[in-house]
Design a protein around this ligand. Structure first.
Ligand code: ATP
Length: 214
């Protein structure tokens, strides 16, 4: 049985303890050796991150510096064009081969907007989706067809390494009421983000003046 490899995409503007704690819990549940953080290249027609791509990578480096579980993959940032998740998954699948199990970690809010992703119904041809709980988001999709697609693919932790792709695993992670939007709002107001961000991330933000009060 091959080891499950896990990828966690996000804007990470900034990475916060909600991301990190969920990923660590999932790693423990699924016995993962590594979680690769994949910062997104945000398409120009979408609201742009406040931090530059280079700053978001620096924030990631600060966040994971003491934790060998994590690594960073810059491929989406290094590409000239914004990339869809499906394109990245296609490349990853080519790299790891057809039979290696691949997990893509998302939060419950992302699962609820999955039908807005480019070629969303093909995603499970490349990976499993491992979904972290997120407070305040419904456990059911509002669109019955999307919900029945989700239900059809539900699987359990033990089954994930047995197949390369095709499953949706709803991980019973703790609820973390932390979002990057709220962190940016707090920092703009000059409020503390102690407990919401790793110390090294707080220091980087203070040193660079990123998200400074406006
Ligand atoms: P924003 O508030 O700006 O939308 P965010 O906090 O959701 O940002 P992202 O970088 O957009 O952070 O999220 C990357 C992934 O992490 C998404 O799949 C999202 O669902 C998940 N995620 C973010 N915060 C949490 C959290 N507190 N609990 C569980 N999953 C989360």
């Amino acid at each position: 049985m091959s080891k499950l490899s896990a990828w966690f995409g996000g804007t990470f503007d900034p990475i916060h303890n909600g991301h990190l704690h969920c990923a660590r819990e999932i790693a423990s549940l699924l016995d993962l050796d590594n979680v690769t953080l994949l910062p997104n290249n945000v398409p120009p027609h979408r609201p742009q991150p406040e931090a530059t791509a280079a700053q978001r990578v620096e924030l990631l480096k600060c966040a994971i510096q003491d934790d060998p579980l994590f690594s960073i993959d810059r491929r989406e940032l290094d590409r000239d064009t914004p990339s869809w998740t499906i394109d990245t998954l296609t490349l990853l699948r080519k790299e790891i081969g057809e039979t290696a199990p691949l997990a893509f970690i998302i939060g419950q809010d992302s699962l609820l907007s999955i039908n807005q992703w480019e070629r969303w119904q093909e995603i499970l041809e490349y990976c499993h989706l491992v979904v972290a709980q997120r407070p305040g988001y419904s456990s059911q999709h509002a669109d019955n067809k999307v919900q029945s697609w989700i239900t059809r693919h539900l699987t359990d932790a033990a089954s994930l390494p047995l197949q390369p792709c095709g499953g949706i695993f709803l991980a019973d992670t703790s609820l973390y009421t932390i979002s990057a939007t709220d962190i940016r709002r707090r920092l703009h107001l000059g409020l503390s983000c102690q407990d919401l961000l790793p110390d090294a991330v707080i220091e980087y933000i203070a040193d660079t003046g990123l998200y400074r009060p406006c």
